[in-house]
Design a protein around this ligand. Structure first.
Ligand SMILES: NC(=O)c1ccc[n+]([C@@H]2O[C@H](COP(=O)([O-])OP(=O)(O)OC[C@H]3O[C@@H](n4cnc5c(N)ncnc54)[C@H](OP(=O)(O)O)[C@@H]3O)[C@@H](O)[C@H]2O)c1
Length: 298
């Protein structure tokens, strides 16, 4: 095992926190203001300070609707910054694991997306992430892009947190029931990334590691199904269970259209790495239990 660290960017985000919580190897976790894609000079400075053997880029502009009004900042964080990071990795001859999104797709395929399916982002966020994938993969660095979806965790801003907070304020909620995808626990994605890191460390970088991999929890649901599951779990732990009415996307207009069906096929990750993330329901049970325990401890 290398005694140089893994450089983890986006340390304050859901995935960054989960990586830090689980890392059993030396790491250097960086976040703003020390590491800021809006200040490109901070990227090289953090890289030089850490002297990593691997970089995991968990930093990103993730506000889907706000990206529409902040196109430049979204592209700085999701394309330009990762391009600089990839260039540093190439020069140092070390690998980069970069995280991307199901929102690179338009959601019209009607079955789970594989890595070779054509991308067609519906908004600025998806377009900026798609551009980030391209620059990272074309950088000449040893680069792996992991696309994930619907990330949630016990800490941080996410749909599950929003649902629990809402259930404490109201007993009737309306949630979109015609968008299909896979909730993915940040801790399960972090475990997968750390397992990949262990493999790279053990075997060295292999050509078949290069490219895009889909990494979500197993199974799928809708936002409405996810909400019902969250409330079933929370109610068993003393929270009130609001009534949840399924509505259509048309009933809940947002600045950016979301893909109607962004299920990702995880077969390639399973074949190349033997990694299968657990079912999203099991993950939800774990995350909601931790979230409520955290709330009680506060
Ligand atoms: N969240 C989802 O539902 C979702 C779905 C699909 C894919 N993904 C992808 O998964 C990855 C991890 O997402 P997440 O859910 O952990 O995101 P998150 O909780 O929103 O965290 C994002 C992290 O990026 C940092 N960041 C934002 N703008 C930055 C900038 N200009 N310079 C440097 N750091 C910046 C944030 O720092 P501050 O704390 O200072 O803001 C934070 O640490 C991202 O690549 C995201 O695109 C997420």
């Amino acid at each position: 095992m290398s005694n140089r660290p893994i450089l983890i960017t986006g340390a304050t985000g859901q995935l960054g926190m989960a990586l830090v919580a689980q890392a059993k190897v030396p790491y250097c976790a960086v976040g703003r203001p020390a590491f800021d894609f809006d200040k490109p000079e901070t990227i090289a400075a953090c890289f030089a300070d850490a002297n990593p053997w691997l970089v995991v880029n968990a930093a990103a502009w993730t506000a889907v609707d706000a990206a529409e009004q902040n196109q430049d900042a979204a592209f700085r964080a999701n394309r330009d910054g990762p391009e600089i990071l990839a260039g540093l990795c190439r020069e140092a001859g070390i690998p980069l694991i970069h995280v991307s999104t199901d929102y690179v797709f338009d959601g019209d395929k009607g079955s789970p997306y594989v890595e070779t399916d054509p991308v067609a982002p519906l908004g600025v966020y998806g377009a900026s992430k798609e551009a980030g994938e391209r620059v990272v993969l074309q950088s000449g660095a040893q680069a792996m892009v992991l696309r994930t979806a619907w990330v949630f965790s016990a800490r941080g801003k996410n749909f599950a947190r929003t649902m629990i907070n809402a259930s404490r304020k109201t007993n009737a909620l309306r949630v979109v029931g015609d968008q299909r995808g896979t909730p993915t626990a940040a801790e399960d994605l972090a475990a997968a990334i750390l397992a990949i890191a262990t493999r790279i460390d053990g075997q060295g970088w292999q050509p078949e590691f290069q490219g895009i991999f889909h990494a979500t929890n197993a199974g799928d649901t809708t936002w409405h199904g996810f909400a019902e599951t969250i409330f079933d779990i929370a109610a068993a732990q003393g929270e009130t269970h609001p009534t949840v009415t399924a509505i259509t996307t048309a009933d809940w207009p947002t600045p950016v259209k979301r893909p109607a069906d962004s299920r990702l096929d995880g077969g390639k990750l399973a074949r190349r790495f033997g990694i299968r993330l657990p079912d999203w329901r099991e993950a939800t049970q774990r995350v909601i239990t931790a979230m409520l325990a955290g709330d009680r401890a506060r």
